[in-house]
Write a protein that binds this ligand. Structure first.
Ligand SMILES: *Cc1c(COP(=O)(O)O)cnc(C)c1O
Length: 427
């Protein structure tokens, strides 16, 4: 049986309706910015494999560190034990996280990191004896696929079967430059009726909502109000974390810092799965008590896996290195120039950028369940470029190690698309 035949026989893919016709491509290997298929055709990974492999695939520096760790300590229970990879990583995180973060709670992925962030917010008030059981979240936010994370996500289009079991959530619109006063009033009104426990938000860039970007000043006003009402600020930096927005964390752009931060994706550079939820001393103190039940009784078997911790520590060393920081600057400048260049194209509706995250909207009618998105995706793949359009938004979030010629390959494929007949064909 071929890979594809076995895949079809045994595998159930994520986010997939298997009855719908689709192409699933076996990938044989990856190195640097490239993915390679079975025929050795290469694809520039223009989205860093969902924002993870930002230092390039199969990074030698990270692999070396993990190899050594593998021969020393593979896995050990993290209740009652600790180890150097975890303590070193926690210390390294504290050096780069925004002011106020003090404790690290390790977990397995982005969804568990937000799930725990939500639990911290809810139990914080519970432990203090306050009746606050509702979370606040943005419309169109995305925070993961476990129950709590799914509940606070506004983009839960296909979650009909679970909605009756969601936690309580109130929603506010994303700031658009004009509605901030309205949003602030809405938060006050909601909080009066339904005391809010926490506010979970993707700072500055909403990834799954098609790289929707909004203003830091507007967000800062919302954060300031929430903080004054003791609504726990849970920054979901699973996507924005570790250098993507032009700072180590998007939260650095706001004056009001989060109480809790959710991290994953680039945390482990695409090598191993891991998440982390960090919090301030204030949050931690509300759980620190003679009463055992006031602790956070949450734990995953692979919590603080030594190999994952070693990976993350090596990744942070790369992040703060001069060469990565310089290349991030170069990418930001290249994207700015490319944005100016395509902005006036008849097929481009709008262009936006935050750090190395570049996105533009096609001025093309898409019928929601039409084939245009798939056609565009296949067009890029045939050009040897891996980009995943989100509706009519096309975005680039390439590895920080990308070189100019590979960036040009992405830009050229986009220009070729803009000038092709494909966009004129009916959907
Ligand atoms: C991807 C993502 C998640 C979920 O992470 P998983 O590892 O896929 O569970 C949560 N929040 C944001 C902002 C994300 O981009």
């Amino acid at each position: 049986m071929s890979i594809l035949e076995k895949d079809k026989k045994y595998i159930w893919h994520p986010l997939t309706q298997h009855k719908k016709k689709q192409e699933i491509l076996p990938i044989k290997k990856a190195k640097g910015v490239f993915l390679y298929d079975e025929n050795d055709k290469s694809y520039v990974d223009g989205i860093s494999s969902w924002y993870t492999a930002v230092y390039g695939h199969c990074n030698d520096f990270i692999i070396e560190a993990v190899k050594t760790q593998m021969e020393t300590l593979d896995q050990v229970v993290f209740t009652g034990f600790t180890h150097e990879p975890a303590t070193k990583l926690a210390e390294a995180l504290m050096e780069i996280l925004p002011e106020g973060q003090q404790k690290v709670f390790f977990n397995d992925n982005g969804s568990t990191s937000t799930e725990i962030g939500i639990k911290m917010a809810l139990q914080y008030h519970y432990n203090l004896g306050k009746d606050r059981k509702t979370m606040l979240a943005f419309e169109e936010g995305f925070h993961g696929d476990t129950f709590g994370a799914m509940s606070v996500s506004g983009l839960s289009v296909y979650n009909g079967a679970f909605e009756d079991h969601f936690i309580k959530v109130k929603r506010i619109p994303v700031p658009n430059g004009k509605n901030t006063d309205e949003i602030l009033q809405k938060i006050k009104d909601i909080h009066k009726e339904t005391p809010l426990a926490g506010f979970i938000y993707e700072p500055l860039v909403q990834g799954a909502a098609a790289m929707k970007m909004y203003d830091k000043k507007d967000l800062d006003q919302i954060l300031r109000l929430c903080k004054s009402l003791d609504i726990v600020l849970v920054a979901d930096e699973v996507m924005t974390g570790f250098g993507k927005t032009g700072s180590y964390f998007a939260s650095n752009f706001m004056e009001t810092k989060p109480d809790v931060m959710c991290l994953s994706k680039a945390l482990t550079a695409g090598l191993l799965p891991m998440g982390a939820t960090t919090c301030s001393q204030k949050i931690y103190d509300a759980f620190y008590d003679d009463e055992i039940a006031k602790g956070l009784f949450h734990g995953h078997t692979y919590t603080a896996n030594p190999l994952a911790c070693t990976t993350a520590l090596a990744a942070i060393k790369l992040l703060i290195s001069k060469s990565i920081q310089e290349n991030i600057e170069k990418i930001i400048k290249s994207h700015q120039a490319f944005g100016l260049h395509i902005k006036t194209h008849a097929k481009v509706k709008s262009v936006r950028q935050q750090g190395v995250i570049f996105a533009f909207e096609l001025d093309v009618e898409f019928s929601r369940y039409g084939n245009m998105r798939d056609k565009i995706y296949q067009f890029f793949m045939s050009e040897g470029v891996y980009l995943r359009p989100l509706g009519n938004t096309i975005y680039i979030l390439a590895p920080y190690i990308i070189e100019e010629k590979e960036l040009l390959k992405i830009y050229n494929s986009i220009e070729k698309l803009l000038n092709s007949d494909l966009l004129n064909s009916s959907d």
